[in-house]
Design a binder for this molecule. Structure first.
Ligand code: 2YJ
Length: 278
């Protein structure tokens, strides 16, 4: 996750209802349901009690991003948590969260954005949750990803997590990274772990032509061109900025999941209630 800009997130609190309707139209599932499925929890087994979430602004490094804590808070409230932003940042905020008996604390510096479940000593990173949430959303959109050609662009931190989850769903994985050694290294790991078929060494136009779905885990901007993507392709694109150019976006507008925070944050919260150790 590159550092978000206030313009990426300022509309989240006012637009969350509309966002959720659009997500449901595209995937058949609400934000809350995608997060629950992604976490591996069973909806029927979830406890009734409303959990308290404290979102703590963090001032170290590059400092607070205007609207970041408010956006995280709006997402948590929208999916049914009793969420609030602490009055103080940093250690003062943590002190406040403990005194108010928060169940979950969410905070981000320039390197890590994490949810800490204070009851169960669980910690979930935004990267981990974003990979889980977006693979789930892509799968809901597709019906099933099993045996489908899925192109994963980007073999970095998020790509490594997504590759694992996509291979686990028995996709025919195509990995593309401009750094071909990273691409190969990730493919070898996946082949060794899952005995899966993984395709590498393709040029992007060929890979886009072969695949039925794309998981864009790259930090690149507008490198997926409209000339090459097919109009039926399903796209999960968690990164900011968007990897698709305007023409590519227009072609897949009804089949693309792309947001700056919503799926990642919602999935962090439910994953913090579940046990995940991969
Ligand atoms: O509290 C705040 O407002 C800021 N300290 C939030 C900083 C948010 N951090 C980022 O955007 C970093 N790029 C985090 C990367 C996390 C990896 N997914």
């Amino acid at each position: 996750m590159t550092r978000l800009l206030p313009t990426d997130i300022n509309d989240i609190p006012t637009g969350i209802e509309k966002y959720d309707l659009e997500l449901k139209r595209k995937t058949g599932s609400s934000l809350k349901d995608i997060a629950i499925i992604a976490s591996g929890l069973e909806k029927a087994n979830l406890e009734e009690a409303v959990l308290r979430v404290a979102v703590i602004p963090v001032s170290v490094g590059l400092g607070p991003i205007s609207g970041f804590s408010a956006a995280v808070n709006a997402i948590a409230s929208h999916i049914g948590f009793d969420s609030y932003v602490t009055g103080l940042p940093d250690v003062g905020g943590l002190d406040e969260a403990f005194r108010n008996e928060a169940d979950i604390v969410m905070m981000a510096d320039d390197y890590l954005f994490a949810a800490f479940n204070l009851q169960d000593r669980q910690v979930v990173s935004n990267d981990e949750a974003t990979a889980r949430g977006y693979v789930t959303a892509l799968s809901c959109m597709a019906g099933s990803l099993c045996k489908k050609f899925v192109l994963l662009t980007g073999a970095g931190r998020l790509g490594i997590l997504a590759a694992d989850l996509l291979a686990d769903r028995q996709t025919k994985l195509i990995i593309y990274d401009p750094d071909r050694s990273r691409e190969k290294e990730l493919a070898e790991k996946i082949i060794e772990k899952y005995g899966a078929t993984v395709f590498t060494g393709m040029e992007l136009p060929e890979a886009l032509n072969r695949c039925e779905a794309v998981f864009d885990a790259s930090p690149g901007c507008a490198f997926i061109k409209g000339d090459y993507i097919k109009s039926g392709t399903l796209v999960a694109a968690p990164g900011m900025p968007l990897g698709l150019d305007a023409e590519a976006y227009a072609k897949v507008a009804e089949r693309i999941i792309h947001d700056p925070l919503q799926i990642g944050v919602a999935t962090m919260l439910y994953c913090s209630l579940a046990v995940h150790r991969s």
